[in-house]
Design a protein around this ligand. Structure first.
Ligand code: C2E
Ligand code: MG
Ligand code: MG
Length: 698
């Protein structure tokens, strides 16, 4: 075994051996035949062998790293030319069986007696080659990517530029590299590149930032950027890497989706959401331009009949045709929309009412043209239009509500009518709002009071009782009719406390009268209940409470519920009605005849009497139809063993006929109008004096 360090100072030798072991490179010396004559201690680490195991074995075959010249010539030269140095590569198996790749320098020192061999100084480059390979693959991937991938320094100067970037921007790599990034942006967006660079410089990654690029040639493209910092060996941010994607297509998909959610699928017109949006914008713009905005709501007359008689396909056809006509009659910038059902809406800027009126008339004329149906037949369709024109401070919602109110009135007038929301409608709408607010305070302020309309026995016209009817002494408007505020009280829920007050107040007065006037103990008190009261879970308890604190026997109390209310919520009402009856009170069906209830239905209800609606009494003896109905109701009541009260008796003829038909009880102006408490008390006094006989009736 020969060692290059044989001989010499043993201390030096140890020192050199230690050094050689600790250098990363492995050193071998081979003789002219390629046999290893020395291996440095590093082979232990690098190949897993003891140097002694290597010596004497053939060195793995080497090849030049640079393959410019003929490799075999180069190798021959290494062995033959003293001093010749060659960069070489070879492979060798590690003791663990893995194949390692080495790269290094081989130098011919055969002529140097102390060495007498070729010295090979090699490093294991297996991992490095893998990394290199991976990098090469990565570059290929980046290069072939459809995404734009590029990098820049922190000043925004482009340093790399892949093919995707070239395709997306239109600038080839040689034009882009070295240029400052701002060339990619339209002039007004140049600031964005700087803003992104600032963030990246601070070490932040900007993800999926959407912006616009100006392509070479001037066209724009929507892109999404992801920019991340590139750090140098010391971890300091030195540049920016960007991946940018063309998002034009996804923008188009998003736009299609947006279109679908904002448009009506049948007519392809904007839907309510989009219309409200446009209306808001139009209102803003009109303010600036000192113009006004008109909202026109169209409702096809008898559209339901078209659907019902000709089918939905025909209905769709008519609607689409009308939509097309409207869309064809407006200016650019106007919006035609479908609100659902057969309601089409137009929003447009207008000079004044006059102009809008002419426009609306023109549209009606366009709509009235016959529609050609699939089977060749022609259909004539008309429409009504409700119009509202903006005023200062009106919101989009206000305008649509107003146009709707106007449409409602137009439909009242019949076909092909145009109505504007005007001062009158506005005042009425306004009044309702005001009324609701002040009704709330009316109860507390004691502005509500009761009037009493006597109910009489028709046979001898004696007092049977009275119906309590509510009134409101409004501080500004005078006495307000219940027809004007009961519906409002219903809507707001105020009817519940109001109704409780009516019952308690009525019971209180009757108690007093029972004490003061020697009337029969079966004086009948009628009190009205409305729908909302009936569905209130507290009703039964409230009635029971009111009865408990008064001296009036429950059997004297008649609660009146209109037929329509009863019909609208039969099932849920039934329990309440039974519970009320269990309290001992009587139940009357008010306004009977207007709701068309059936006999079998009436039989199920725990009711005691029917109050025939005024409208039928009105026609008694005049209208044969009404007369027949009254007669039938009286007959029906007899069969069902119910009492009958005729309401709104105004003439002696009516009284006479009712008597003949066997109706025993009635109420109406013929006997007395509703009386306030003082009047009612005078009335009661007189009636008592006359032993119940009402002297006012001739
Ligand atoms: P209703 O219960 O059917 O009351 C009868 C209505 O007809 C009363 O109008 C009465 O004044 C009127 N009337 C009576 N006789 C005649 C007549 O011969 N000719 C004409 N033309 N009218 C007559 P009023 O007081 O305006 O009440 C209207 C409605 O308001 C009532 O109809 C009732 O549904 C409701 N209402 C009144 N007071 C109350 C109440 O305290 N609570 C509830 N929930 N509703 C009430
Ligand atoms: Mg009534
Ligand atoms: Mg009635």
């Amino acid at each position: 075994m020969v060692s290059p360090m044989a001989g010499g100072d043993p201390g030096d030798r140890v020192r050199v051996e230690a050094l050689l072991e600790n250098v990363a490179d492995m050193i071998a010396i081979i003789d002219g035949t390629g046999t290893v004559i020395y291996a440095s201690p590093a082979v232990r680490r690098v190949l897993g062998y003891e140097p002694g195991e290597i010596v004497g074995r053939p060195h793995p075959e080497m090849s030049p790293v640079e393959s410019g010249d003929d490799p075999s010539t180069l190798m021959r030269r290494l062995y033959e030319m003293p001093g010749f140095t060659l960069a070489v590569r070879f492979e060798s198996h590690h003791a663990d069986g893995s194949l390692r790749i080495f790269q290094g320098i081989a130098r011919n020192l055969l002529h140097v007696p102390a060495v007498a061999g070729i010295v090979v100084n090699a490093t294991d480059v297996t991992e490095k080659l893998k990394v290199d390979q991976a990098l090469r693959e990565l570059v290929a991937v980046v290069e072939s990517s459809a995404d734009a991938v590029f990098s820049s320094d922190l000043g925004g100067v482009v340093s790399s530029w892949n093919r995707g970037a070239a395709t997306l921007s239109g600038y080839p790599a040689d034009e882009a590299i070295g240029a400052v990034l701002s060339f990619l942006f339209p002039p007004d967006l140049v600031g964005e590149a700087d803003a992104i660079l600032d963030l990246v410089r601070d070490g932040e990654t900007v993800r999926e930032h959407r912006t616009l690029w100006r392509r070479k040639g001037g066209s724009n493209v929507h892109v999404s950027w992801t920019a991340s910092p590139v750090r140098n060996d010391r971890g300091i941010v030195s540049g920016m890497a960007v991946i940018a994607r063309d998002v034009t297509e996804s923008r188009q998909a998003a736009a299609a989706l947006r279109h679908a959610t904002l448009h009506d699928p049948l007519t392809r017109l904007p839907n309510r959401d989009l219309l409200m949006d446009r209306l808001r914008t139009a209102l803003l713009q009109s303010q600036r331009r000192n113009k006004r905005v008109a909202v026109l709501i169209f409702d096809l007359d008898s559209f339901k009949d078209v659907n019902d008689s000709l089918g939905h396909a025909a209905g769709d056809l008519v609607l689409t045709e009308m939509a097309t006509r409207l869309a064809g009659s407006v200016r650019v910038g106007d919006t035609v929309a479908r609100f659902g059902g057969d309601e089409l809406v137009i929003v447009r800027e207008t000079a004044d009412e006059e102009e809008t009126s002419r426009f609306a008339a023109r549209l009606l004329a366009a709509m009235i043209e016959p529609v050609e149906m699939d089977d060749g037949s022609e259909l004539f369709v008309t429409a009504c239009i409700g119009v509202a024109i903006s005023r200062a401070g009106a919101s989009a919602e206000d305008l649509v509500r107003e146009a709707d109110a106007a449409l409602y009135r137009a439909k009242d007038h019949g076909r092909s009518a145009i109505e504007f929301f005007d001062e009158d409608l506005r005042l009425r709408a306004r009044a309702r709002v005001d009324l609701g607010a002040s009704l709330r305070r009316a109860l507390e302020r004691g502005e509500l009071f009761l009037v009493h309309q006597p109910v009489v026995q028709l046979g001898n016209v004696t007092l049977r009782g009275s119906e309590a009817l509510i009134r409101w002494a409004h501080p500004d408007r005078g006495v307000v009719s219940p027809l004007d505020f009961i519906p409002l009280a219903e809507e707001t829920g105020l009817i519940v406390p109001v109704g409780e007050w009516v019952l308690a107040e009525a019971l209180r007065q009757i108690s007093r009268w029972r004490r003061r006037f020697p009337l029969a103990g079966d004086y009948a008190l009628a009190v009205n209940l409305s729908a909302r009261q009936l569905s209130s879970p507290d009703l039964v308890a409230a009635v029971a409470g009111a009865l408990a604190t008064s001296e009036v026997p429950p059997s004297s109390v008649y609660l009146e519920i209109t037929e329509t209310t009863l019909l609208s919520q039969v099932a849920s009402n039934l329990d309440t009605l039974r519970l009320l009856r269990d309290l001992g009170v009587h139940l009357t069906v008010d306004d009977f005849g207007t709701g068309y209830s059936s006999l079998s239905y009436l039989r199920q209800l725990p009711i005691d009497s029917l109050k025939i609606d005024r409208s039928f009494i009105d026609g008694l003896g005049v209208d044969s139809h009404d007369t027949a109905i009254v007669e039938a109701v009286i007959g029906l009541a007899k069969v069902l063993e119910l009492d009958v009260v005729a309401e709104g008796v105004e003439t002696r003829t009516q009284l006479q006929l009712l008597r003949e038909m066997g109706c025993r009880t009635g109420q109406g102006f013929l006997f007395s109008e509703p009386l306030d408490t003082a009047e009612m008390e005078r009335f009661l006094y007189a009636a008592s004096v006359a032993a119940g006989r009402l002297t006012t009736v001739r």
